[in-house]
Design a protein around this ligand. Structure first.
Ligand code: C5P
Length: 431
C-alpha cells in the first residue's frame, strides 16, 4: 500500500501525495518554446529530492542552454550519443531510471518515439527504458490536430506511454487553442498518481479487469431521459490504473464524457452503453472472463415502463410516468459469479438520510450486495461528482472498514487498484 490512507478519525480529505520524491528521473526536453517551463519542472523535481538527468535535443539547447540544465539538475548534460561512450550512456541512463518524462514533447519527437527512431541521445534512451514514460506535448493547434500527430499519440498510448495534456490556452504567438503544454505543477500532480515503476513487471499482467462507469440514461421519449450526474471519471481513473498495472482492461462506460475517454491508454477497451439493460448485458458478457469486476457505474434504479417513440407534447394536464425497478446488476454479478475466484467490487455513493450517516448506510448496503468489497463515499451538490477530490471507505461484505483512500480521483484509483491487486489471489488471503 502506498501512503495515502488518511487519518482514520478525519472526515477531511488529506492530500499530501502530490509530489514525487526519491526517484531517478530522466527529463527529456525537446525543442519547443515551452522548454523554459521544463526548467521550472526540473527545479521542482530536484527540490523534492529526486535525482534528475536532463537529456535535451539539439533543438532544445537552442531554446534553453546546457548551463541552465546543468545548474538546475546538478548533473552534467549531454545531447550527444557519442559523449561518454565508454559508459554506454545511450542505454545505461534508461535502464537505471524510475521514471522518464519528455517535457515538452514536440510533434517531431512524438513521431520519432512512435516509430522507434533513435537519432539522438534522448531517443536511444527512450528505446531502452523499462520504467513508466510520460510525455507532455506542446505544439500549435493545427499540428496537434493533424491526423499524423493523433495517430502517433495513439500509438504511444497503446504502448502504455502516459500522455499529459496538452491543454487549451495561449500558444507561442498571439493565438490560443489546444496544444499548450500542461503546467509543471499539474505534470507533477499527474505523475505522482502513476504506480511506482510498475508499468513493466506489473502486478495485474495476465489478469482481466472489468469496470463499469458513468451514469445510465433511461429514455422517457426519443429526446428525454432520466439520468444522473455521474461523469464517469472515477471509473476511467480505475481503468487507467488497471491498464498501467498491466491488466487487460474493459471499461463499460455509460454516457461518459468524450474528453475523459480520450485520455485513457489505448489498451483500455471501451464498450459504450446508455441504459441499465445494456450495461447489465455487457457486464454479464465480459464477467465470464474477468478476474476483477468493479461496478462503479451509477445505475438508475428505475426505468420508464414504456418509453414512447414520439416526443411527448406539452399539455395542460399533469402526466404520469410509470417507473419500474431495474435489476440490481451488482447483486447478480456477486451472487452468480461468472468465474471462480473472481473479485467483485461495488460502489455506493451515499448522502446520509433518515438519521443514519452515509457510512452506516454503506455498511448495511455492503451486507446486502454480497460483493467482496464496497467502496462508499459521501456525495452531494459539491461533493463526489466530476473532477473533485474524494474519500472512499472500503468495506468488506460484513460492512467492516478495511481501509480508506483519499485525494484526487487518480490517486484514489491507483491506491484502490493496488489494494485489489494485493487482495486478488489466493482467495484464502482475502480479508
Ligand atoms: O443500491 P445502490 O444503487 O446504492 O448500489 C450501488 C452499487 O450497486 C453500485 O456498485 C452500482 O453500480 C450498483 N447498482 C447496480 N444495479 C442497479 C443499481 C446499482 O448494479 N440497478
Amino acid at each position: 500500500m502506498t501512503g495515502t490512507v488518511s487519518g482514520k478519525d478525519s472526515p477531511l480529505i488529506m492530500d499530501n501525495v502530490h509530489t514525487v520524491t526519491g526517484k531517478r528521473i530522466i527529463l527529456g526536453v525537446s525543442g519547443g518554446i515551452a522548454a523554459y517551463k521544463a526548467a521550472v519542472l526540473l527545479r521542482r523535481l530536484t527540490e523534492a529530492g529526486n535525482r534528475v538527468t536532463v537529456i535535451p535535443t539539439d533543438a532544445a539547447l537552442r531554446m534553453v542552454g546546457k548551463a541552465t540544465w546543468e545548474a538546475l539538475s546538478g548533473n552534467s548534460v549531454s545531447a550527444d550519443v557519442f559523449d561518454g561512450a565508454d559508459r554506454v550512456n545511450h542505454v545505461r541512463l534508461g535502464q537505471e531510471a524510475d521514471l522518464c518524462l519528455v517535457v515538452p514533447a514536440t510533434a517531431d519527437t512524438i513521431a520519432k518515439m512512435a516509430h522507434g527512431i533513435a537519432d539522438n541521445l534522448l531517443l536511444t534512451t527512450l528505446l531502452s527504458v523499462s520504467c513508466p514514460v510520460a510525455v507532455a506535448p506542446a505544439m500549435h493547434t493545427q499540428m496537434w490536430n493533424n491526423p499524423a500527430t493523433r495517430h502517433n499519440i495513439d500509438l504511444l498510448r497503446g504502448r502504455g506511454t502516459v500522455i499529459l495534456g496538452p491543454v487549451s490556452g495561449r500558444l507561442t504567438g498571439r493565438d490560443s487553442g489546444p496544444g499548450r503544454m500542461m503546467e509543471p505543477e499539474e505534470i507533477i500532480r499527474r505523475i505522482s498518481a502513476l504506480p511506482d515503476g510498475k508499468i513493466h513487471g506489473a502486478d495485474l499482467r495476465g489478469k482481466t479487469v472489468l469496470i463499469s462507469g458513468g451514469g445510465t440514461r433511461e429514455p422517457i421519449d426519443p429526446v428525454r431521459f432520466i439520468g444522473n450526474r455521474s461523469s464517469g471519471r472515477m471509473a476511467a481513473e480505475l481503468a487507467r490504473s488497471a491498464a498501467l498495472r498491466g491488466g487487460k482492461t474493459i471499461l463499460v462506460s455509460a454516457n461518459t464524457e468524450a474528453e475523459i475517454l480520450r485520455s485513457l491508454p489505448g489498451s483500455v477497451r471501451n464498450v459504450p452503453v446508455q441504459t441499465a439493460a445494456e450495461l447489465a448485458r455487457e457486464m454479464q458478457k465480459y464477467a465470464a472472463c474477468a478476474d476483477i469486476v468493479i461496478m462503479a457505474a451509477a445505475v438508475c434504479d428505475y426505468r420508464t415502463q414504456c418509453a414512447g417513440d414520439a416526443k411527448i407534447k406539452r399539455g395542460k394536464d399533469p402526466i404520469t410516468l410509470t417507473l419500474v425497478p431495474n435489476p440490481d446488476i451488482l447483486l447478480d454479478l456477486a451472487e452468480n459469479r461468472r468465474r471462480e475466484k473472481q473479485l467483485v467490487v461495488g460502489f455506493a455513493a451515499e448522502t446520509g438520510s433518515a438519521g443514519k450517516d452515509f457510512l452506516q448506510l454503506g455498511r448495511e448496503k455492503a451486507r446486502r450486495k454480497k460483493a467482496d468489497f464496497l467502496a462508499v463515499n459521501l456525495v452531494g451538490e459539491e461533493q463526489g461528482f466530476g473532477p473533485v477530490k474524494t474519500e472512499l471507505f472500503l468495506l468488506d461484505r460484513e460492512g467492516r472498514e478495511k481501509t480508506r483512500f483519499s485525494g484526487e480521483k487518480s490517486t484514489v484509483a491507483r491506491d484502490m487498484m493496488e489494494f485489489l491487486a494485493e487482495n486478488l489471489y489466493p482467495a484464502e488471503n482475502r480479508p
